[in-house]
Write a protein that binds this ligand. Structure first.
Ligand SMILES: *Cc1c(COP(=O)(O)O)cnc(C)c1O
Length: 399
């Protein structure tokens, strides 16, 4: 793989991703079936509505639902699904958005679901012209609050399933759906990173949204799946606000191929391989001064474990964030999952590795930990500066 690594030709760092499926790192390793499909369609013309009908059949089969289509991203899918709930099949209303005059335009979402996946969930709702109506507080929401927020202007309710959201004190999906449906309000589930293609719709939710480029290993894209009428209304937005969220034929066939590959994938075999990586890293780390590594299940119950690596700075001679930064530097940068690093730990995600990279990762861990131990002082840089680093870099981009 190394000899023909396009990243070197482009002058880009050959990073190893143990962070997860992150847009900022190029999402995921696209499965060979999708790579072949993308290459196959690129030189050809197709009738896009027909291709989307084909996508609908495949999505319907895998999600055990009625219909579906492919759009630019799950973020786009949120906007289009909400827009469809407002306009229905009214093509004139589709062209008027984001002006929602005369339409139901309130969209409910639990406050604890108003998270950022790199952009705010609620902005994806507002982009359609809808007005966001938060339900409950950051760490609690109750049935009476949801009922009390429903008015004659309510167009839809959005429910987010993600490790980003508050994981306690909120309304479970089945109860959320029951309350919304009792008042005629459709429920749109943002399940961008969830492996479960059928369970959310099985609760009765009207639409479920997924990313093509996360667990599925497709090219960048978003999947809208669910009941025909609402899916069609969302699809119609392609002649309106959806135009700027357009996906090409390559994204459509790539997503179809990734879904079909998912159906045939050796899920147990992959899990076993990933567990092997975690055990290797755990064995490499445990027993080293100041380091404790534990295997932890995914917080939203995806069939995936991660290694949680605690770093005790006085013993390890380095903080968790400085270790993360040290791993991310050098000629083979290893990018760990550092969302919560201020608490003194980071995670290592095994699902985006080419075989052989697990050993390189283990070697890099040893290198950096041994280097730190040889330091006479504890390596501890300012967390505040680290927190502001991305903003600083963005302000200087493209320099
Ligand atoms: C990743 C993610 C999104 C956005 O998905 P894209 O396809 O990358 O736009 C939306 N919601 C959640 C919960 C996500 O994790």
């Amino acid at each position: 793989m190394d000899q023909q690594d396009i990243r070197r030709e482009l002058g880009l760092r050959p990073i190893i991703n143990v962070s997860g499926t992150m847009t900022s790192l190029g999402a995921s390793i696209v499965v060979p079936e999708a790579v072949a499909a993308v290459a196959g369609i690129l030189p050809q013309f197709v009738e896009i509505d027909h291709l989307q009908k084909k996508a609908s059949q495949v999505i319907a089969r895998l999600c055990n639902t009625e219909a579906g289509f492919v759009t630019a991203s799950c973020s786009a899918a949120i906007t289009l699904a909400v827009a469809g709930a407002m306009t229905g099949p009214d093509l004139a209303a589709v062209e008027r958005l984001p002006d929602t005059t005369g339409l139901k335009n309130e969209v409910l979402i639990q406050t604890g679901h108003m998270v950022s996946y790199g952009a705010p969930v609620e902005q994806g709702i507002r982009l359609s012209g809808a007005r966001v109506v938060p339900v409950g507080q950051a760490t609690s929401a109750h049935a009476y609050q949801l009922k009390g927020a429903i008015t004659e202007r309510t167009a839809a309710a959005v429910y987010v399933v993600s490790h980003h959201t508050v994981q306690y004190g909120l309304i479970p999906l089945d109860e959320f759906v029951a309350i919304c449906h009792a008042h005629g309000v459709p429920v749109i589930v943002d399940a961008a990173s969830e492996y479960d293609l059928t369970g959310f719709l099985a609760t009765g939710a009207d639409i479920a949204l997924y990313s093509s480029h996360k667990f599925l290993g497709g090219p960048t894209g978003g999947i809208v799946a669910g009941k025909t009428e609402l899916v069609r209304a969302a699809y119609l937005q392609n002649s309106g606000i959806g135009r700027g969220m357009k996906i090409g034929k390559e994204g459509m066939v790539g997503t179809i191929a990734a879904l079909e590959a998912w159906e045939k994938r050796d899920h147990a075999g992959i899990r076993e391989r990933e567990t092997g990586y975690l055990k290797l890293w755990q064995d490499t780390l445990n027993g080293r001064p100041g380091i404790t590594a534990l295997i932890e299940p995914d917080p939203t119950h995806n069939p995936l474990d991660r290694l949680k690596v605690f770093v005790e700075p006085q013993e390890a001679h380095i903080t968790a964030w400085d270790l993360a930064d040290a791993l991310a530097s050098g000629s083979i940068p290893v990018i760990v999952r550092d969302h919560e690093v201020e608490h003194g730990f980071f995670y290592m995600d095994p699902c985006n590795l080419h075989s052989g990279q697990e050993a390189i990762v283990a070697r890099r861990l040893v290198e950096e930990l041994e280097k730190a131990r040889q330091s006479n002082e504890v390596i501890a840089t300012s967390l505040e500066r680290r927190r502001n680093r991305r903003e600083e870099a963005l302000k200087k981009w493209p320099h």
